[in-house]
Design a binder for this molecule. Structure first.
Ligand code: SF4
Length: 338
């Protein structure tokens, strides 16, 4: 059995009851209880992380798979995931790890942050470590330590997250994380409550805080058939992104496929094309994911129109994008990191 790691971000209440302060659920746990995420437990008034170093999945992925299209395009990143999640999306693609708890994975030996960083640093052509697959926020202790070591070796740290985290732990992560992909699953509290068990407002606050910090940020929006494919709601979301984060916001509109407990048919291509056009009215950088269509794969300079990057699946070709993230044709500085 792995040794439990004492957790951060909680407060003691009366007797041995505690309240977790890591995410907006603020789970109040009596002795022996586990949080909604299944990754944090109260033992005698002390909170422990149950998934510290438990790596259920690891792979060297194209960075485009995260998806990150403006962060070291065409490169690869060592990607790791654990178990548990603080949301419970009924259409989850990774439910075999996100909806399972410590019992399912108790045969896996924990890997220490130094082992992960050592492994990542020995992989050829690897830009860093991506914390992904299940929800990384709930492994905050492991990520803070790993990201710190990785940074010292010049590796980049990437979080692929649902963004459901409280401001204080977010502030601890921001100096260590180089790039974020945050899911904005819908622009309605009703959707978040009904289909994810979470809420929208804290995620909007997180997006604003990441943007303010200057960290690289890309956003993924999965269009779920019959649930968030309403044009009015989508327009309102794009308007918010434009007003609060700016026209430079990078948005991935992603196709839904039936998964887990949700069986509605995949998002029709026409809906994705319509949403792509709506988003492009206000945002410079809009892409279509989980589908190959005639648009939504290329990046063009917003000033002169030059083709910067072309993608086909995870195959990426760089054209007029300079080494400094500038347009080679007109010199415009663009939100790309190479
Ligand atoms: S991180 Fe887990 S235990 Fe903590 S408040 Fe969120 S769901 Fe509850």
């Amino acid at each position: 059995m792995n040794t439990l790691k004492p957790a951060l971000f909680y407060e003691n209440l009366e007797d041995t009851t505690i309240r977790c302060l890591l995410c907006p659920h603020l789970c109040q746990l009596k002795n022996g209880q586990t949080g909604i995420c299944q990754a944090r437990i109260n033992h005698d008034g002390i909170m422990y992380s149950l998934n510290y170093g438990i790596i259920t999945s690891e792979a060297l992925d194209p960075v485009e798979k995260k998806p990150l299209y403006h962060f070291h395009p065409g490169r690869k990143i060592f990607s790791i995931g654990s178990f548990g999640c603080n949301l419970s999306c009924i259409f989850c693609q990774n439910h075999t790890i996100s909806r399972e708890g410590a019992k399912t994975f108790n045969k896996i030996n924990a890997q220490m942050p130094c082992e992960i960083v050592h492994k990542a640093s020995r992989i050829e052509d690897n830009i860093g470590i991506a914390y992904t697959y299940n929800e990384p926020v709930i492994s905050v202790e492991f990520i803070l330590e790993t990201a710190h070591l990785a940074k010292r070796l010049g590796l980049h740290n990437v979080m692929v997250t649902n963004g459901f985290i409280n401001p204080t732990p977010l502030l601890r992560l921001l100096p260590l994380i180089d790039a974020w992909n945050v899911d904005l699953k819908a622009f309605s509290e009703k959707f978040y409550k009904k289909l994810t068990g979470g809420s929208l407002q804290p995620i909007l606050n997180v997006l604003k805080n990441i943007r303010k910090s200057g960290n690289h940020l890309e956003i993924t929006h999965l269009v779920v058939t019959g649930e968030n494919d309403n044009e009015e709601e989508f327009r309102a979301m794009v308007h918010w992104l434009h007003e609060e984060l700016g026209p430079d916001t990078i948005l991935h509109i992603s196709r839904y496929h039936p998964h887990y407990k949700h069986h509605a048919p995949p998002t029709p291509p026409e809906t994705l094309l319509k949403f792509y056009k709506i988003a492009k009215e206000k945002l410079f950088w809009v892409y279509l994911g989980n589908i190959q269509l005639s648009v939504g794969n290329e990046s063009h300079c917003p000033k002169c129109g030059a083709l910067l990057v072309r993608r086909s699946g995870y195959f990426t070709e760089i054209y007029e994008l300079g080494e400094e993230g500038d347009c080679k044709i007109c010199g415009e500085h663009l939100p790309f990191i190479r």
